[in-house]
Design a protein around this ligand. Structure first.
Ligand code: SF4
Ligand code: SF4
Length: 274
């Protein structure tokens, strides 16, 4: 949750892994009906500029006024009741290719903490860890960090451990062994994984709400599992990847193309593991 640069090593490792990118997913970064990269990053630029201009960490009233002005109303969010914090912004000036993070975090503000003015409070912001922290092994995380170049894509990938793990497992099945840490660190493996993860950025068959992957947002906080993109047709192992990419129901030729993309990516990764 905490999108500042926290002291916790677990948090540093996943939430803010390096000086180039970071994750803002649990602050609500993707919880918007228009969540393509250009629109989403443009909103963060605009909001960060307004924060720097209109709000002061020393002035609680200005933070509350900022929240009232910039917090998204339920109707523009994908999950109307899921919080989307207006204090998530850009940390490296207004560079949309840089890190996202908490504009009211004490480490961004000489020790002054404004998180109680956000959609949670400082304790929730500080303590929350998403499933990726428990599910992914360290070499898997390191591969994602090495393969994904920017914050927009990083937050989408790292919060989808099932997609990551399924990709590795399909490659393991193809080559007959789960990759070791050393194999995952190979330059060729990183390049092949990058090719696959880049599909998450703008997957052409993504449903309109597919930014949440295999989960379909409903009313309030309700979610359901996404309908299988193959419909009543026979399933194939790579279809789990299609679900993780938020794929809509596909016709026969689209399905063949989408499955071909997945299989090519898996085979290239398996071959790159050596
Ligand atoms: S105050 Fe908002 S932006 Fe900051 S860590 Fe909490 S939820 Fe995220
Ligand atoms: S969604 Fe997970 S990885 Fe991303 S900032 Fe929150 S706890 Fe960290």
């Amino acid at each position: 949750m905490d999108a500042g640069v926290s002291e916790s090593s677990a948090r540093r490792a996943l939430c803010h892994p390096d000086g180039k990118k970071s994750c803002g997913a649990c602050c609500g970064m993707y919880n918007h009906r228009i969540s393509d990269e250009a629109a989403l990053m443009a909103r963060l630029v605009e909001r960060t500029r307004a924060f720097r201009r209109d709000a002061s960490i020393e002035d609680e009233a200005s933070l509350r006024a900022f929240r009232a002005r910039w917090e998204d109303p339920p109707e523009v969010k994908l999950l109307g009741e899921l919080a989307s914090c207006p204090f998530l912004g850009l940390l490296d000036g207004l560079d949309p290719a840089g890190r996202v993070g908490c504009l009211v975090h004490p480490l961004q503000n000489q020790g002054v903490d404004g998180r109680d003015c956000g959609v949670y409070d400082r304790f929730i912001c500080e303590d929350y860890l998403c499933a990726a922290h428990a599910v992914l092994k360290r070499p898997e995380v390191e591969l994602v960090i090495a393969a994904v170049p920017d914050s927009y894509l990083y937050g989408l990938v790292i919060t989808n451990p099932r997609l990551i793990r399924t990709f590795f497992e399909l490659a393991a099945t193809e080559r007959g062994a789960y990759p070791t840490g050393q194999e995952l660190a190979r330059d060729e493996a990183i390049a092949a994984a990058r090719h696959f993860f880049e599909l998450v950025r703008d997957w052409p068959y993504r449903d309109t709400d597919g930014i949440f992957g295999a989960v379909v947002p409903g009313e309030g906080l309700e979610t359901t599992r996404r309908a299988h993109p193959a419909g009543d047709r026979a399933m194939e192992p790579v279809d789990t990847l299609l679900l993780g990419l938020g794929t809509r129901t596909l016709n026969d030729s689209e399905l063949a193309d989408a499955r071909g993309c997945m299989q090519d990516a898996v085979s290239a990764f398996a071959a790159a593991l050596g």
